[in-house]
Design a binder for this molecule. Structure first.
Ligand SMILES: Nc1ncnc2c1ncn2[C@@H]1O[C@H](COP(=O)(O)OP(=O)(O)O)[C@@H](O)[C@H]1O
Ligand SMILES: [Mg+2]
Length: 574
């Protein structure tokens, strides 16, 4: 059971909690046996010798024993469950840490909602399972052993009769366990689907409303919810079946013991108090047995969820940081694509692309959308590896450059303006952790963001993102630009960085970007061709191939695709 072993390994750092809990549960389980054993001398003293002293102490003794038992139980449950929680907390941290280093392809393959569901739901199932399992396992095993001890001590023949039924409980428990594990896994997958619908609906709530998709989404959600219920129902069925089946099976043992034990008492081979002590122990024995069997089905459920969690922890990134990778210097900022082929799935998105951006040059990528422009620049930052060909920075293949150095070398303003739920200042500071307020201020000014930031209620300390102040598309873009300006890296990638700005602020931001581009190797992707006229080189990408490249003037003279695009845009604007 390797999954189970792995779970236990996670508990290892919390061994002292487990030892303490095990000690308490040994006392607890041992008391069960002692209690069953005591029935015989007590009954004898009270009913046969009518001992008044023992009788008057009895109520106090009973209360004391139960108080002690209660303390043991508390210590056991508390330390065992906290150990389990801490272990699972480590699992959750590890899954997050692993998840975040996986490459982009992994995230495109897996749905966000379903990944979230693994980190939240599956880990919760794991957590409950581990807590329930380990807290019960010592207590019930020791209880079982001590009670079996009493049974065998009282009468080994009757004991054998009473435990004959135990093997018969194993077969149904095993079958139910397997079914529970399978159902749990499928149920968790369903939970992933509905988490995904939830995530998409909430993040796209505006579109849902604009297209009156409320009913459609509600139906989809209800269906996914129902599918989940169907698996949960099966799980409930298997869990609910476990106790009744056990009780019916153990009833055979009880019946046999009453019959054979009763006849022993009647033929005076056993005293009545002995018989009652035996019956007490036996009645108590089935309870930990039942609990152990139900812990077994919990374990199966837990293993189903753990498998899904470990799948992510074990996922291997395709893009591996080279441990002794090069560290780039300020000089390394020539970028070269050498016969690059790239595909996400089956079709080549980049088809034999060769291109050089000399140090300090500005290269513009233009062309119809879907042509592969964003894909091309994402290869510079090694978000993906090429299928064939090389991407070089300076003289180094990006595959040989250490990831940290590569990321320090590149500032990216993406077409998706990602801001986090944090203050404006901190959102800009992601560009250079540890930047002073002064530096942030200057970056914001250069990105023409300072004025609108000062108009916000708390200025730079205003919270933005999910629960904070809402920003316009243009404002978001200016913050992203400020972040890139602050980073001050030798290579700059602007992927439609000004597309959401109005013409006036675009002109201002364009000036800021022009300043920023000085002495940096820059890739600019832009739809508005007016912004790229001054580029050192304009590259026209269509269906993954470079169809033209050159200066604005030479391309116009060529009369190709670029010329047609210009005619369309400038014609319109005129
Ligand atoms: N994550 C992805 N998975 C699969 N295909 C993708 C992915 N991203 C982009 N594509 C495809 O790659 C092609 C180029 O996309 P992209 O580089 O974004 O073009 P552009 O930026 O020029 O508009 C498109 O056909 C698009 O469908
Ligand atoms: Mg794009």
């Amino acid at each position: 059971m390797p999954v189970f072993k792995r779970l236990l390994l996670y508990m290892k750092p919390y061994w002292w909690r487990i030892m303490l809990a095990a000690l308490a549960s040994s006392a607890y389980g041992g008391l069960e046996g002692a209690f069953a054993y005591m029935v015989e001398p007590l009954l004898k003293k009270i009913f046969m010798t009518k001992d008044m002293v023992i009788f008057s102490f009895l109520p106090l003794a009973i209360i004391l024993i139960f108080v002690f038992r209660a303390i043991c139980r508390y210590v056991n449950d508390y330390f065992m469950s906290t150990a389990a929680q801490l272990a699972v907390q480590d699992v959750r941290n590890e899954i997050f840490r692993k998840n975040i280093v996986l490459d982009l392809k992994f995230f495109y393959r897996n749905q966000t909602g379903s990944l979230m569901s693994r980190i939240v739901n599956d880990v919760a199932v794991m957590q409950n399972g581990v807590a329930e399992m380990v807290s019960g396992i010592f207590r019930d095993t020791i209880g079982l052993v001590s009670l079996l001890g009493v049974i065998f001590y009282r009468d080994w023949q009757l004991a054998i009769i009473s435990i004959l039924v135990i093997p018969f409980t194993i077969y149904p428990a095993n079958i139910l366990g397997k079914k529970i594990k399978l159902t749990a896994r499928k149920g968790q997958e369903e939970a992933g689907y509905f988490a995904n619908i939830l995530q998409e609906t909430l993040s796209g709530i505006k579109i849902v409303k604009a297209f009156s998709l409320e009913d459609t989404m509600t139906k989809q959600f209800a269906q996914a919810n129902l599918n989940y219920y169907n698996f949960t129902r099966k799980m409930i069925k298997y869990n609910a079946l476990s106790s009744p089946i056990m009780e019916v099976i153990t009833s055979f043992g009880i019946a046999a013991v009453i019959f054979f034990g009763g006849s022993k008492v009647m033929s005076n081979k056993m005293t009545a108090p002995e018989f009652f002590s035996f019956i007490t122990a036996m009645a108590l024995v089935y309870s930990p047995l039942k609990k152990l069997i139900s812990a077994y089905s919990t374990a199966q459920r837990c293993i189903g969820a753990s498998e899904r969690v470990f799948e992510i922890i074990d996922a291997t990134p395709e893009i591996i940081d080279s441990p002794d990778g090069h560290t780039l210097t300020q000089e390394d900022s020539k970028i070269e694509f050498k016969n690059v082929f790239f595909k996400y799935q089956d079709d080549y998105i980049l088809d034999d692309v060769s291109l050089v951006a000399e140090k300090g040059q500005m290269v513009a990528l233009v062309g119809p959308s879907g042509g592969g422009k964003s894909t091309l620049v994402s290869l510079i930052a090694r978000f993906f590896d090429t299928n064939e060909g090389q991407v070089l920075i300076g003289t180094h293949n990006v595959r040989d450059i250490s990831k940290e150095s590569l990321m320090n070398h590149i500032a990216l303003v993406d077409q998706e303006t990602i801001l986090f739920h944090d203050t404006i200042a901190n959102n800009i500071r992601y560009g250079k952790p540890g930047a002073t307020e002064e530096e942030i201020n200057r970056a914001a000014q250069a990105a023409y963001a300072h004025d609108f930031i000062m108009d916000m209620p708390q200025g730079y300390q205003t919270s933005i993102g999910d629960r904070g102040v809402r920003l316009s598309g243009g404002q978001r873009q200016r913050l992203c630009i400020a972040r890139a300006i602050l980073k001050n890296a030798p290579i700059l990638i602007l992927d439609e960085a000004t597309s959401a700005l109005d013409t006036e602020s675009e002109q201002m931001v364009q000036k800021a970007l022009d300043n920023l581009m000085v002495a940096r190797t820059t890739f600019v992707i832009a739809h508005r061709l007016s912004t790229v006229i001054n580029a050192d080189k304009i590259v026209v990408l269509e269906k993954g191939k470079i169809v033209e490249s050159g200066s604005h003037k030479s391309l116009l003279e060529n009369g190709g695709l670029y010329c047609r695009l210009c005619a369309q845009q400038f014609g319109k604007e005129r």
